[in-house]
Write a protein that binds this ligand. Structure first.
Ligand SMILES: N=c1c2ncn([C@@H]3O[C@H](COP(=O)(O)OP(=O)(O)OP(=O)(O)O)[C@@H](O)[C@H]3O)c2ncn1[C@@H]1O[C@H](COP(=O)(O)O)[C@@H](O)[C@H]1O
Length: 124
């Protein structure tokens, strides 16, 4: 199935800064573990609890990917937000910043996944 949005032009991303702010909030939650916080509840359950939510949210995002129209697109974005939030909670639990993940992605920039995979295959 083709992706109708694949060719959308990339505009400047003014909201990406919110990822940094969210990461800071999540790291503070991990340090302080305040009561009355959903993030604290997740962090208290460790990778098992957080991972369970990541699996659940990934399923929901995948299901929403095929929904059509503007409402479908909005729902897909909503589910992606849930998945990314929960993935970032796992980063915070592990003491890793989203910037470190961005650095890893930057390191990979320009290397095709196919070329990277080939470089890992044992030479006979
Ligand atoms: N971005 C989010 C965010 N996205 C999703 N969620 C929550 O993630 C949950 C999604 O899980 P579900 O849809 O399965 O809802 P649920 O059935 O109530 O969840 P479960 O009880 O099954 O775990 C909902 O409770 C959402 O409110 C989030 N909760 C918090 N944040 C951010 O984290 C910050 C800190 O939140 P607290 O730590 O809770 O103060 C907030 O200010 C927000 O910026």
């Amino acid at each position: 199935m083709s992706n109708p949005d694949a060719d959308s032009p990339l505009e400047s991303p003014p909201n990406l800064e919110s990822l940094r702010r969210l990461m800071q909030t999540l790291r503070t939650r991990a340090n302080e573990m305040p009561e009355g916080s959903y993030t604290t509840k997740l962090l208290s359950g460790g990778p098992e609890k957080i991972g369970g939510k990541i699996r659940e949210e990934a399923e929901e995002m995948i299901e929403a990917a095929s929904e059509e129209g503007d409402a479908g697109r909005e729902h897909f974005i909503y589910e992606a937000g849930d998945l990314i939030y929960h993935a970032m909670v796992l980063l915070a639990w592990r003491g890793v910043d989203i910037d470190e993940v961005a650095a890893e992605l930057a390191r990979r920039e320009g290397t095709s996944g196919l070329a990277e995979k080939a470089s890992r295959q044992p030479k006979s």
